[in-house]
Design a protein. Structure first.
Lengths: 351, 351
DNA sequence: CCACAAAACTAATGCGCTTTAGTAGTCATT
DNA sequence: AATGACTACTAAAGCGCATTAGTTTTGTGG
């Protein structure tokens, strides 16, 4: 009978390498970390042995001797029912990973219900020495997280702009998309088609980018003298998107164009338009913020604000690496999203 | 001038607790880990001090002294362009987290391009002692991962069934959905409506559950004597979904009902039907595997196979915890998904 | 009041790595 | 040939925790 190998492959340590290579453990450490103190010949030998043994440094041991945990954290605070589809996050994460992988950094990921839990996780991770840095998403008005992370001394990159007036923190970079400019380009498009009554069905009101979009919309409306331009906040869910759309269309002078803050809301809006027998774009024009399969597969295909989310994630991760390398915090702006005109926008009825 | 506190809050260690409580470090360890060797009074005192100091055990130190990394891993091997929408994963992860959080286990998450990279990550994580266990998704025909993980001695739970005939591995549990039964319920529904020519636009052909669905479909067709029932594989993308639909509808005797393996494919199929002027469900019935906002917001709303993905994730995580606790591997079956009939299915034309 | 066990607590070791201090060996300089 | 300056290497300590072995205190029965 085959003797079953019960011991499941021991992990090699530096001691193993040292023995095989016939040198001390310190020499191994120097050799593998490009530190001076070993001859080129020894260095090569040690490296070969390490390679051959399939050695990898124990992150625990590394972390314990002050090298950091080789991990960055990302917490997503969204009530469970809200994280339905959202192409955004998986793409963002995929971009982030691409950059982190180059340095063999792990991504510790957690989904929680609310901001309070998120802060608790940060404290926990800090105390447990689990992460070297953080990626913070969904910045809010009056956001407690930058101050907290600064206090804990955890480098972080805020993805999406902080609200204006938020004090700068030394270890915190920001990578943001120009929501104001993007909103301006949408209004441009709709105004150019002849729309004068525009509704903006926004996302969560306490998010900083929601406010930026709302402000920009109103500024653009004011600039063009449009009185009938409003924003309504939702929780990003299809339910609230549909509800808000229904109420808006029931008004005496309904909007001729609606801008939705994400693809899910837009799809829900489209469904409501269909349900009420409104032709899109004949009777009503729709625009979605963020493109996705939903927008492309919808009938009619939705005009959408296309941005390269995965590249956004890459940039954020790059900034975090830069912080971890000891570079000063920066504030960088991502590419301006591009409005992709499709079949859901046209001149308003009677024009 | 305010003296700036440059030191960003030192993390308390057991030594700090020991000093404040006036006991040795060992006593602290005993007290905090419910080990015998300290009086109830001391235990309480130590705990209070720990609480007050906001102490949390350093995972690195814990891991180094043999306690495991307090982390489980999850690798998602999907080509970047494929992970478009997919409500599935975020929900799965959210369910997983719910269970892991109770034990304060972290989730190390990674997105890679292919299976080879995924295996490399497993080896790396193992060698780096980063994870205590793994959640494996997208089981395949002839899957190398169970054997690898068994060799490495990493407990794992495979989410979704392995292909039949895969040898059992001692440290590997399986949590699977009854794809065959689900497919049977879909065929039941369609056959009951009068459909005889059914097309199945499937996902990636090398995934085990894809094969299960295909087999079940053919078995059900054979049982009812339906000759014109086929499956076509895709990569789950809207592009291939649309393409496959187009080709199928161009055939001399096109199907009267199409079953799609996910919501994205189904939406793409719906768009193609619209583009060709086919009425859904009048001319063509559509069914989506997996429900989501897409299905609910589509026009007409799509009949879909609803399953509680987040509960699926919870069950998988629970199995992993059980494995980590030293319990033997198990194979458990999740609830049978439920077919939610909506507006996209009806009797075929001319019936 | 003593012997002796059990309870309460401390000291010491190890996990795998980095790093500082320390020890040979090599080479050039005067 | 002796001094110093490097180079190549080894020994040892420490990171924060768990754990084992060892020590002191307390409690019990005789």
């Amino acid at each position: 009978m085959d003797p079953v190998r019960r011991t499941p492959a021991r992990r090699p340590t530096m001691k193993d390498i040292a023995q095989r290579a016939g040198v001390s453990e310190s020499a191994v450490s120097f050799a593998l970390n490009d530190r001076p103190g070993v001859s080129p010949a020894t260095r090569d030998r040690v490296r070969r042995v390490a390679e051959q043994l399939g050695w990898r440094p124990s992150t625990a041991a590394r972390a314990l001797s002050g090298e950091g945990a080789a991990t960055v954290g990302l917490v997503l605070a969204r009530p469970a029912h809200t994280l339905g589809v959202e192409s955004f996050f998986l793409q963002l994460v995929s971009g982030i990973q691409e950059v982190l992988a180059r340095r063999h950094l792990g991504l510790l990921f957690q989904v929680v219900e609310d901001l309070g839990e998120e802060c608790a996780i940060y404290r926990r991770w800090w105390a447990e020495r689990r992460v070297d840095g953080l990626l913070v998403v969904d910045p809010r008005l009056d956001d407690p997280r930058p101050a907290l992370l600064d206090e804990l001394g955890l480098p972080a990159v805020v993805i999406g702009a902080l609200a204006p007036g938020t004090p700068a923190h030394s270890g915190i970079s920001t990578v943001w998309a120009d929501d104001a400019g993007a909103m301006a380009s949408i209004v441009d498009h709709l105004y150019g088609l002849g729309h004068r009554r525009i509704l903006h069905i926004a996302g969560l009101p306490h998010l900083a980018h929601t406010q930026r979009r709302i402000r920009s919309l109103h500024a653009e409306a004011a600039r063009r003298g449009l009185p009938d331009v409003h924003s309504i906040s939702t929780d990003y869910s299809d339910t609230e998107g549909a509800e808000a759309t229904r109420r808006a269309l029931a008004r005496p002078r309904p909007p001729t164009a609606i801008v939705y803050d994400n693809d899910v809301l837009a799809m829900a809006g489209l469904a409501v338009a269909n349900e009420r027998g409104l032709a899109v774009p004949g009777d009503l024009s729709l625009v979605a913020w963020d493109d996705s399969v939903l927008c492309r597969s919808a009938h009619p295909a939705l005009t959408a604000l296309v941005r390269d989310t995965s590249s956004f994630g890459r940039h954020a991760a790059e900034q975090l690496l830069s912080l971890l390398d000891g570079n000063p915090a920066r504030e960088i702006q991502d590419d301006l999203p591009r409005l992709m005109a499709r079949a859901s926008t046209a001149p308003p009825p009677g024009s």
